[in-house]
Ligand binder design. Structure first.
Ligand code: FES
Length: 160
């Protein structure tokens, strides 16, 4: 059973629904708006969204789970995204990803035990000529390697 919506989550979803409910194809922008506001899309909001958008719960759930960038759980304080698209893969992003998993102590799509970092994939961050690329929160980093990643994580972790 899904956790009931907390009051702030309920307020946010209730505030956003009228903006998108009559928009053709409004589900995607609604989901983006909810994730932007809350950091994730609460599973308990699916029935409200389905009713407002005149869709089945399965349809809404299917869209949320199909797209890798929608989160169903609150992320850690910082989100580390390692690019897994072709140019970055050819420059070692899979090795960097494995090293980052070990560094953070969590796998892809998971959050570290201390709640400070979530690890997510990205599929091209627009820095292909300077691969491998990483995004941490809103900042992009090019030509990443294990040493730079360890330093960044230590700096960000100690500042928060
Ligand atoms: S493939 Fe990684 S930034 Fe484009």
């Amino acid at each position: 059973m899904n956790k009931p919506l907390e009051a702030p989550e309920l307020l946010t979803v209730s505030r956003l629904l009228p903006e998108f409910k009559d928009m053709p194809g409004g589900l995607m922008p609604l989901l983006h708006a909810i994730q932007e506001a809350l950091g994730f899309i609460p599973a308990s909001a699916v029935p409200m969204m389905a009713e407002a958008m005149n869709l089945s719960r399965a349809e809404v759930h299917g869209v949320i789970t199909y797209y890798h960038f929608f989160r169903s759980k609150a992320p850690g304080k910082h989100v580390v995204q390692v690019c897994r698209a072709e140019a970055c893969q050819s420059c070692g992003s899979e090795e960097l990803l494995a090293q980052t998993e070990a560094l953070l102590g969590c796998k892809l799509h998971e959050t570290s035990a201390d709640g400070r970092f979530s690890l997510e994939p990205a599929y091209c961050l627009g820095l292909c000529a300077s691969s491998p690329a990483v995004q941490i929160d809103d900042k992009l980093y090019a030509r990443m390697n294990q040493t730079r990643m360890a330093r960044l994580v230590a700096d960000i972790g100690s500042a928060s």
